[in-house]
Design a protein around this ligand. Structure first.
Ligand code: PMP
Length: 282
């Protein structure tokens, strides 16, 4: 396989990192995950936009200009001959330098990007999933897609150990988002989700759900809800690049609505499917 780096496309074996790499030692970097359906990037421009915004927020420069990066990613896809469902992982770090917290004197960021096959989560999308609720212990700048994912890792592990698909995070009883997803509540036909403040990552699929609601005439409110509201919801669902739109049918031990994926969730899933056609065919 091939990997895109700041030096251009290299073979997988050629990509190595020194111990003193700022991504490894400080989590000093940002990343993106992009979906491919049948070998086609989905919403690449939106993801690259967010990458440059995340980088700017930590005063990090991305090695390529946006158009050039998009062209290199297409080259990467072509060289790897990707025609199936896959994900692109891309990260940029502040580079390899002798360990010191403050920025290095030189601007020499590292970048790597690779593509891995990833099947759609069809069972979860159709049947729905169970989630748990846990405390959001992250820092105040969750709008930056940074490499510092320790709180997210611990929350997801707690979910896995409790037999759940995802952990819903709350700050003082207010639901922010999932450990790696955005969370939506449906009540009396209206879709609610946490506003896109510094306390959540504004998911690309989240912005698409907002757009679909507009197109479908579904009222959409960027208004936070509490952990207590979850049990009273008609429907709950989560979104992310790797999950698309997945119904939540149980929170801890509480069944949501009928215990089946709801009508609003299903119409948004259909809109997602349409929007990602023809790439997402099958
Ligand atoms: N919030 C967090 C904390 C995430 O890690 C993710 C997944 N990247 C999301 C939300 C969903 O974002 P997206 O729809 O862009 O994948």
């Amino acid at each position: 396989p091939y990997v895109l780096t700041e030096r251009g496309v290299l073979r997988y074996e050629q990509v190595t990192y020194p111990m003193e790499e700022r991504g490894l030692q400080f989590g000093d970097g940002v990343y993106e995950v992009v979906r491919l359906y049948n070998g086609t990037y989905i919403w690449l421009e939106e993801h690259l936009d967010r990458l440059y915004r995340s980088a700017a927020a930590i005063r990090l420069s991305v090695p390529f200009a946006p158009e050039e990066l998009a062209a290199r990613l297409e080259e990467l896809r072509r060289l790897n001959d990707v025609h199936e469902d896959a994900i692109l992982y891309l990260q940029v770090t502040r580079g390899s330098f002798p360990r010191a917290h403050a920025f290095p004197a030189e601007n020499r960021p590292n970048l790597y990007a690779y593509i891995e096959p990833m099947a759609r989560k069809r069972n979860e999308m159709t049947r729905g999933v169970r989630v748990i609720v846990t405390k959001d212990v992250r820092w105040e700048y969750c709008y930056i897609k940074s490499l510092n994912l320790l709180p997210n890792v611990l929350a997801k592990q707690e979910a896995v150990e409790r037999g759940a698909f995802e952990a819903i995070l709350h700050r003082d009883g207010i639901v922010t988002e999932g450990s790696s997803s955005n969370i939506f509540l449906v009540k009396a036909g209206t879709v609610y989700t946490h506003p896109a403040t510094e306390r959540i990552l504004n998911g690309i699929v989240r912005t698409k759900v907002k757009q679909f609601c507009g197109e479908l005439g579904i009222p959409f409110m960027e208004e936070a809800f509490s952990v207590h509201d979850l049990a009273q919801a008609d429907e709950l669902f989560l979104t992310s690049t790797t999950s698309s739109i997945i119904p939540i049918i149980q929170v801890d031990d509480t069944t949501i609505g009928s215990g089946q994926p709801g009508a609003v969730t299903q119409s948004l899933q259909a809109a997602y499917q349409t929007a990602t056609q023809p790439a997402a065919r099958n």
